[in-house]
Design a protein around this ligand. Structure first.
Ligand code: HEM
Length: 486
């Protein structure tokens, strides 16, 4: 410490007054500038790293691990708090963790935010797909596609899916073999959807279409360079085969060589309508492909998680079984389920909701800011990616008590707005939401009212290299028939 007398202090201040003022001024200016800069691009904490590369490698490392890609986000929340930003593949991303933030984005979809345009996606599913078209076309295409997916239109689907499911479960029970719920669900959701959309039932054709749809789906987020052997190349080739098949089918239907009661037929029935009341052939074909791809993996993953959660929560399983058996008792032996039966599955619906809350089949919903804006006071720059983090919202302890607990009865109470968003919200709400719920309910009905099961591999590891969380084991189970009740 300096030990100065009063005279020495006065001497110092008199002689170094100017320097003292300059120093105080310089420190204040530096402090002010740093504050302004923080308010600007750095107001949201996080690490952007090197240009373009940013934290891409950490993201890929998480995606390639058995903890799943959400681990990347979980870690950063621990380091920086709920709001953070990062840079992945050259783009700045902000993961939006709150109902307020979700509301801001959902209610301004298309006006202030849009899905990021990805060339490979438009090339793969087609530029007339709901996932790629601009606002005006989106509104029209969505309106014209919606009717077959309304709850009332799903009666035929309920019967067909129930029959298909009952037969396949019976075969598996009789074989006595353990089977992967994920593989089973992938196949049956695909077959049921192709039946509902285009009345395709022949197994070899279904498997060829499934292979091609998987190739298209893999190409959606690949590097769009047409080099043989790449994912993009395989996806584009597969798309061409699929479109060729769809085109031939449309032509057979128009020539009267083939007639069915299905989604495609309902679209073609609009042929005599004015332009804005019907879809063009490209719009029909691109959206057939979109519906299959958007519907299969999501629903199948959710079905797999429902089995896993019910296995771990036997009380909920038993309560569900009782509800489903009461529905069976009111029907004649071997009768198929009807839509009215599905509508009576009130506890079943809560199991479906709780499964969707916890499994977060789509972890977050990506958007790009079209203008500079603020979300909950946080400054977002034009071009930044804002990802509605449904997973964070679904596990928020302020919204869900004991969020890690599988508790279907929590849905006895009304949810707060934007706190339950497994199907998104607003203009882009999932088009297949009713179909997905009905599929899961029928599956849970047949499983719990007909069987008990054991999970043959309890490994909790997640499948690597996927953005949809799924158990790497696929959740293998063995079935035991219930035999007339319990
Ligand atoms: C459990 C199953 C499902 C889940 C969790 C799910 C979830 C979602 C979510 C969250 C969105 C909105 C994404 C966003 O806002 O960016 C969405 C959109 C969409 N989903 Fe689903 N989905 C499921 C099943 C289905 C099924 C079965 C179909 C079709 C048969 C389907 C077709 C679509 C389509 C076409 C869109 C785009 C809608 C648009 O942009 O207007 N989904 N889905």
């Amino acid at each position: 410490m300096l030990n100065l007398s009063k005279e020495e202090l006065v001497f110092l201040v008199q002689n170094y007054y100017d320097a003292f003022i300059v120093a105080v001024f310089a420190i204040s200016v530096t402090f002010f500038i740093s504050k302004v800069c923080r308010r600007g691009s750095d107001h949201i904490p996080g690490r952007l790293g090197l240009p373009f590369i940013g934290e891409t490698f950490s993201f890929l490392r998480a995606t390639n691990s058995t903890k799943g890609c959400y681990d990347f986000i979980r870690c950063r929340r621990q380091w920086y708090g709920k709001w953070f930003k990062t840079r992945i593949f050259g783009k700045i991303h902000v993961f939006v963790p709150s109902t307020e933030g979700a509301k801001t984005i959902f209610t301004n979809d298309f006006a202030n935010f849009n899905k990021g345009y990805v060339k490979s996606m438009a090339d793969a599913v087609g530029d007339k797909s709901l996932l790629c078209v601009p606002h005006e076309s989106h509104k029209r295409i969505r309106r014209l596609l919606s009717d077959p997916f309304s709850m009332n239109s799903l009666s035929k689907f309920v019967k067909t899916f129930d029959k298909m499911l009952s037969e396949r479960l019976k075969e598996l029970e009789e074989s006595g073999k353990s089977f992967s719920v994920l593989d089973f669900s992938m196949k049956i959701t695909f077959d049921a959807m192709c039946n509902m959309l285009m009345s395709i039932t022949e197994d070899s054709l279904l498997r060829q279409i499934e292979k091609d749809c998987t190739a298209v789906s893999d190409a959606m987020l690949s590097i769009p360079i047409m080099i043989p052997g790449t994912r993009y190349y395989r996806g584009i080739k597969a798309r061409r085969r699929l479109i060729e098949g769809f085109r031939a089918m449309i032509s057979r239907r128009r020539n009267g060589e083939e007639s069915c009661e299905d989604f495609l037929q309902s679209m073609l029935a609009r042929d005599p309508y004015p332009e804005n009341e019907k879809l063009s052939d490209s719009e029909i074909m691109d959206n057939l492909l979109t519906l299959i791809i958007a519907g299969q993996t999501t629903t199948a993953a959710a079905m797999m998680w429902s089995v896993k959660y019910l296995d771990e929560n036997t009380e909920a399983q038993q309560r569900l079984r009782e509800e489903q058996l009461s529905i069976t008792r009111n029907k004649s032996d071997g009768a198929s389920l009807a839509l009215e039966d599905v509508n009576r599955m009130s506890y079943g619906l809560k199991v479906v909701k709780e499964t969707l809350r916890m499994s977060n089949v789509l972890l977050w919903f990506p958007r790009v800011a079209l203008n500079d804006c603020t979300i909950e006071g946080f400054e977002i720059k034009k071009g930044w990616h804002v990802d509605i983090d449904a997973t964070c919202i679904h596990f928020d302890p302020d919204l869900y008590k004991d969020p890690e607990q599988f508790n279907p009865s929590r849905f006895d109470e009304m949810q707060k707005p934007y706190s339950f968003i497994p199907f998104g919200s607003g203009a882009r709400t999932c088009l297949g939401m009713n179909m997905a719920k009905v599929t899961m309910l029928i599956f849970l009905h047949r499983l719990t009212s007909g069987y008990k099961w054991t999970v043959d591999d309890q490994d909790p590891s997640l499948e690597k290299k996927t953005h949809i969380p799924r158990l790497s084991s696929g959740c293998p189970i063995s079935l035991t028939p219930l035999n007339n009740g319990m």
